[in-house]
Design a protein around this ligand. Sequence first.
Ligand code: HEC
Length: 94
Amino acid sequence: MKNILKITTITMLLLAAMGTASVANENTSNIENGAQLWADTCMRCHNLRTPSSLSKSKWPISMKHMRVRAGLTGQEARDILAFILASKKTKDTK
Ligand code: HEC
């Protein structure tokens, strides 16, 4: 009986934590900040890569590499990615 209570409590805590995390993620990427960071950061080493230069599925992978190269925080990388994906035209949504 005690065990069932424990498991129920732990499960509920986990679900609550997951709920909060996903809500936080949705609300925290800031597209305007991402646009600014993209313009300021992404041309330090090479020409600006426009949102259409990679597919929607390739951008998150490339951003992981560029996050490391550019020394961005997770938040900055999420903001830039949010800006890039939001700027893609419907034609190149691959
Ligand atoms: C510290 C230097 C540096 C910074 C800052 C940087 N990059 Fe790069 N990036 C590179 C290098 C080096 C390559 C590989 C050689 C090349 O393609 O010019 C590269 C390649 C790329 C590519 C080609 C595909 C790939 O993944 O290899 C894309 C797209 C890209 N960068 C996007 C970005 C974006 C977006 C930013 C801003 C968040 C950024 N880069 C910031 C150094 C940098």
